[in-house]
Design a protein around this ligand. Structure first.
Ligand code: 4NP
Length: 162
């Protein structure tokens, strides 16, 4: 591919955590950055299984970290997973097993999205959760960023066929 040329991959990826203010917006940002780096033309979004933070900006610790990593998320707003997401997205990734179970339980009969656990994309980390950093300190958000970045890298490479 020529530098600057975009590669159409016909994928639309949704990242889903509980509140959509910590982990999934960071996963969205990390994956968007990696897809951009590889020149992938892919749709990216995030959502929560819970409804507490609909319309809210991401957590201030997540925003500060994303900014420091060069992938700001201040413009994002929380939203809840909706039925249409199961058709609109080709892939729905849960950040942990509890959310995966919830996403699967709510799936409509004709859902077309492939549903999976995010860290299953990372060799050697299959079955692991991206831990919820909400009730912890900023160090937890660094771990979140490390985890979602590893997944973003592996997923983007897979979608690019590398
Ligand atoms: P997230 O973290 O699922 O990574 O966005 C949480 C954010 C808020 C809450 C729980 C987890 N909450 O209970 O409000």
């Amino acid at each position: 591919m020529e530098r600057g040329e975009r590669q159409a991959v016909s994928a639309a990826v949704l990242f889903v955590c509980l509140g959509n203010i910590c982990r999934s917006p960071l996963a969205e940002a990390a994956f968007r950055a990696e897809a951009e780096r590889l020149g992938l033309d892919v749709e990216v979004d995030s959502a929560g299984t819970g409804s507490w933070h609909i319309g809210d900006p991401p957590d201030h610790r997540a925003r500060a970290l994303a900014l420091a990593k060069g992938a700001p998320i201040d413009h994002l707003r929380g939203r809840q997973l909706a039925e249409e997401d199961y058709y609109r997205f080709t892939h729905i990734f849960a950040l942990d097993a509890e959310n995966l179970a919830n996403i699967c339980a709510r799936a409509p009969a004709g859902a077309t999205a492939e549903i999976g656990l995010l860290l299953d994309c990372v060799p050697g980390r299959e079955g692991e959760a991206v831990a919820d950093p909400y009730y912890g300190d900023v160090a937890g958000f660094e771990i979140t960023w490390r985890d979602v970045s590893a997944a973003a890298e592996a997923l983007a490479a897979k979608l690019a066929g590398r």
